[in-house]
Write a new protein. Sequence first.
Length: 91
Amino acid sequence: MSLSALKQKAFENPEVKSAYDELGDEFELISTLITMREKSGLTQDEVAKKMGTRAPNISRLESGRANPSLKTLVSYAHACGFKLDLGFKHA
């Protein structure tokens, strides 16, 4: 079974779909972080060195297993050559 087929089957359960939707913002942040790093051509280790931390910390950040501060997000963006731009969208 493909991942998309498994995901579609899982979403037939309203509780699973609801839990997934609640994590949408987190998934979007993780995707943005990884995209920034990849566009900068840096490895996790290189980003970590620029931030003055270690690669496992970057791995936790990019996997969603960390609850980063605004300062950490700004530092990550700068290490990748980006500027953090916060915005709000009407729900």
